[in-house]
Design a protein around this ligand. Sequence first.
Ligand code: CA
Length: 430
Amino acid sequence: MKYVIDSKLESFLPVSQQSDFPIQNIPFGAGRWPTGEQVCLTRIGDTVINLSLIEKNNFFQHCGLKKHTFNQKTLNTFLSHKKPAWRAVRNTIAEIFSKENKEFEKNIDFRKKIECHISKISIEMPINIGDYTDFYASKEHATNVGSMFRDPKNALLPNWSHLPVGYHGRSSTIFSTGKEIYRPNGQKKKPSDDFPFFGPSEKIDFELEVGFITGSGPRNGDCISIESAEDSIFGLVLLNDWSARDIQQWEYVPLGPFLAKNFASCISPWIVTLDALEPFRSDRPVQNDPNPLPYLQQSRSGANFNIDLQVGIKPEGSEETIICESNFKYMYWSIAQQLAHHSINGCIINAGDLMGSGTISGPSKGSYGSMLEISWNGKEPIDLSNGTKRSFIEDNDTVILRGSAIKKDLKIGFGECVSKIIPSKSWKTR
Ligand code: CA
């Protein structure tokens, strides 16, 4: 079955040149249709397409789907299928909305029912996330953080080059784009303080990440092999893994992140499939010092994806300043290695799990994926275009993540992952 949609294919639906969502993308999401029900969706350009109604009218009959796969609030049922079904659905959507499909193009009455402009749709969380794991797979980021929090000479701990380090996060506080997030309160203690104190975090930070969404993995102690791992990965989203650095620095020893990380994370609402990103494969950094153990050795070339990433800060009432430009190709550990490692002990992976890459920092300051690194833990504040400075994120700042892969005339993007920090809830009365 073909899985890359021809780069020359055009849709009869309007798609601007700048759009992240040409017919070669066909991402998957969920949202509230103007008639009130929440269903699974895709989009081409700014036209949102109701997959539940397409399914109801038997267009997906040959795709081997369970009944009512898309008449659901989230994509979890669709994710519980295997890659051939995911591909069949995507190919079918491309065929339906191709310029060559004159018959469908002229079927205005039906099209009016299943197409809707994005401005009329309330976009919701695309998946019900069962489990959330966050890795730490960027060597540049791990080196920067290790240098700041521990020792520049031994920034990477000995395990880091042998396995994709990660931790289990919480799925309850992961939101879709557009979320306002209360500044968290918590315990903080600087090295110079005698005792910890309690109050709003003063070091709120974004983390520029890409997350992958899984299909179902094996049961009964089996693992996902490195070579088959991508068959269990449905697609990617942008992920802002909000962090409170002052809370983190005090609490993380010896078990790792806890309340500094679980107050909020935000994802972009359209899951972009690996198939859509196939033309943008990129080689992973060389891994020969040391060689990974055999179960992590990945023979294929192009294990990473060349996706340009960008972060902007928009203070209330001011214009946005772009503060970071990075790329997903910098990851030391690929997504396949992350998933193979995650399941090597028999850990069960479910359809709709989210796995974050960890902060994606590039080699230079302009490509660092967190304020912690950009301002070097507050020592080097940066200038915003409205004349103010930032070491960390201030109240009423909106942080915008963007991502897109571009090659010749083809652009596959993620849209935006937007979230805003608002003042903390009062804590003095508690
Ligand atoms: Ca993170």
